[in-house]
Design a protein around this ligand. Structure first.
Ligand SMILES: Nc1nc2c(ncn2[C@@H]2O[C@H](COP(=O)(O)OP(=O)(O)O)[C@@H](O)[C@H]2O)c(=O)[nH]1
Ligand SMILES: [Mg+2]
Length: 244
């Protein structure tokens, strides 16, 4: 399977070298999307064999993922792995995602932060549980850890998004793609990984109020468009499926 790793990065000068080098060590091609960083993120990558795409001004995580994915596909990738640039994802877990994709090549695979979950701040855990419930409902499928940015996207899912014209620029992108993938028959599948929360990590770029409202608006729109989709709720409440 021809794969590429895409790392969106907005002001990640502190961590990006470490994250990109670990991804390169797997032997996969790596694309970093520097999303208008003003802290010298791109310059840190000068000595690594990675492709760096630059947005002159910040466009959002979704827009960055999208551009990275397009580049990966243009370079021949059949699937794209996304990893955050802040060190919250461990490149050692990549083989788990790849193994799951080999067994389920048509499905979107989520590296779900199910192990060491106590590391996740309590409020985050609550927010994530809420997101999982609503997004699963709209998807009509039980989805575990919908807010994990560590995923493997088959090229077919990316092409479907393009056709459906579903490309939110910000954090909504990653929630919407799960619903779209499930509805297109590429139901997301979770593989359990460790949650990593460094005590000294920088503050999240996720805006708790604004980004949550944008996600709620997107999900509500999809539920309303289907007349509340009670069948989806019923289906989403069957036990979540994990691989491995
Ligand atoms: N490209 C881009 N990446 C972003 C933006 N905001 C966040 N990110 C990246 O998305 C990833 C996750 O963001 P983060 O703030 O850590 O969110 P959290 O892990 O959900 O708290 C990191 O790799 C960020 O660099 C943005 O506006 N543009
Ligand atoms: Mg983070």
């Amino acid at each position: 399977m021809h794969l590429a790793v895409v790392i969106p990065a907005f002001n990640e000068a502190r961590t990006i070298v470490h994250v990109a080098a670990a991804a390169c060590a797997t032997g996969l091609p790596v694309i970093v999307v520097d999303d208008g960083s003003i802290d010298g993120t791109a310059e840190r990558l000068r000595d690594l064999p990675v492709t760096v795409l630059r947005h002159p001004i910040n466009q959002g995580k979704g827009a960055s993922l999208w551009d990275g994915m397009q580049r990966a596909i243009a370079d021949g990738a059949r699937a794209v792995i996304s990893m955050d640039g802040d060190g919250q994802h461990n490149a050692d877990d990549l083989p788990l995602l790849i193994a799951a994709a080999r067994n389920h090549p048509e499905r979107l695979i989520i590296a779900a932060r199910l192990r060491q979950r106590h590391q996740m701040p309590r409020l985050r855990r609550f927010g994530n549980a809420m997101a999982d419930f609503w997004i699963s409902w709209a998807a009509g499928w039980p989805i575990t850890d919908t807010q994990s940015g560590f995923r493997l996207y088959p090229a077919s899912v990316i092409r479907h998004l393009e056709k459906a014209n579903r490309r939110a620029p910000g954090f909504v992108f990653e929630s919407e793609v799960l619903i779209e993938a499930a509805r297109a028959g590429a139901a997301p599948l979770a593989v359990p990984i460790d949650a990593i929360y460094h005590p000294e990590a920088r503050a999240s770029h996720y805006r708790p109020l604004m980004d949550t409202l944008l996600i709620i608006r997107m999900v509500a729109g999809k539920l309303l468009a289907r007349g509340f989709y009670l069948r989806g709720l019923w289906r989403s409440l069957s036990p979540p499926r994990t691989d491995g």
